[in-house]
Design a protein around this ligand. Sequence first.
Ligand SMILES: Nc1ncnc2c1ncn2[C@@H]1O[C@H](COP(=O)(O)OP(=O)(O)OP(=O)(O)O)[C@@H](O)[C@H]1O
Ligand SMILES: [Mg+2]
Length: 519
Amino acid sequence: MTDSSTPIVSLRRISKSFGHVVALRCVDLDIHAAEIHAIMGENGAGKSTLVKILSGVHRRSGGEMMVRGHAVDFATPKEAERSGIAIIHQELNLIPSLTVSENIFLGREPLKAGLFIDYAEIERRSAEILTRFGIDIDPRADVENLRVGEQQLVEIARALSLNADVLVLDEPTSALSEAEAQRLASFVRELARQGVAIIYISHRMSEVFAMADKITVLRDGNFIATRRSEEISERDIIRMMVGRELKKQEVAPSVTSNPVVLSARNLGLERPNSRGRIHSVVNDVSFDLHAGEILGIGGLLGSGRTEVLELIFGAAIGKRSGSVAQRGVRMRAQSLTPRGSVTNGVAFLTEDRKGTGLLLHADIRSNAVLPSLPWIAPLGWLTTLREDAVAKRIIDAMRVRCQGPNQGIDELSGGNQQKIVLGKWLEIRPSVVLLDEPTRGIDVGAKEEIYDLLKKLAQSGVAVVMVSSELPELLALSNRILVMCEGKATGIINSDEFSEERVMELATPLGNALTGEAA
Ligand SMILES: Nc1ncnc2c1ncn2[C@@H]1O[C@H](COP(=O)(O)OP(=O)(O)OP(=O)(O)O)[C@@H](O)[C@H]1O
Ligand SMILES: [Mg+2]
């Protein structure tokens, strides 16, 4: 198709080292106009590093970079933007204390009288951009009040508004709902049709095959191959990425005869929405959680899944109602606190690893010991040796790719950060683990490791509640699935009735109306 044309971007023998870590070795990549080019590879394979070099975030250590036939060497992201290259980063890059529109125009604010930032103009143009891309977010809202998925949409709107002719998307859909992801996919396809060259990084295989014209695979910083997507199968890609075949997950058996370790009754949460009107986010949700059970929670983004976890943990913001019983003690939802929950052996892995999951400016060691501080430092002091032991245990158990406990968290690849978050919570030896999108941004190989780990955890008697937007993940791991729709629990499915259709039926208002009529 476009192979004969000159590439817009041409990377040759790109290499990059961070100190002793070699992130890229001799990678070649040609990007053509009007083409969607996916980059795949395990966590730490070098995908983000490669696109950060292209977009002026990092300087390369070796190799050549050509844009439209000219050798370039970007010192800053601004320079890359001037050459028409825009990037949507994997980790959110917004400034939480600013509004949506201020973030969209950050660094290129229109001025009034050549002097003052023209806020009215910023708001007007932001509203225009958001509407154009069908994003329903108030441009005046503060970014810190938005959910992760909404923040990601703002970031996407910002990049799209640059009208670049090379657009890089580094895992843009990891925090989006199915519907939002599909809308983004159609923008991206439309941009490609208009001639924009797209570089697309994603761990979601189905998404990559649905979108990409070409796929490049990296492994351990090495270039493996570039193939047209119709010439290659999912299995080929996985083999190229991980160098082995993956096994099939078996359906989990029923464990409802095990003792109940936590029972939630009539959980409810009310709070104002972004337009200031009070609405019910969670409405009368009840369930029992059994020892050794993985209870999946399915539903669309905004259905109240995350808030159910927050209610159980005592972290929900708003007017709470209902109760949670654990170890024979029933507590009203409004008197639960995160500290009390941790003391009771409840661990909570949030979906937003950057916001609440990790101290990004600290090293692995300090992050590793965060939740277990009361245990390993009962007298309030903590020796580096003990911290090191904990950090090393997590690094081994989760097979984190890093230099050691001293490495800064912000230097790890996204998936490896997630492993640290999971590992640090398991250190408190919880009896109940609450997980919100536990494998977001994690590659297929590492996912399998995390699935094995969660199954082992459950087999040892720990009870798990897991929210996931990935249906295959819910179906593969859960013993039962509770499905939510618009704040209500619309059903609990047992493993012998598992199917993607059944979950979607209960997750959508239309599906519920249909089955309701049939009954
Ligand atoms: N600023 C940095 N300092 C030191 N090492 C780094 C830095 N950035 C990345 N690395 C290392 O380079 C390697 C490649 O990381 P990169 O973020 O490119 O991986 P990735 O393929 O994007 O992974 P993921 O799928 O997890 O996002 C990793 O070993 C990572 O720890
Ligand atoms: Mg990455």
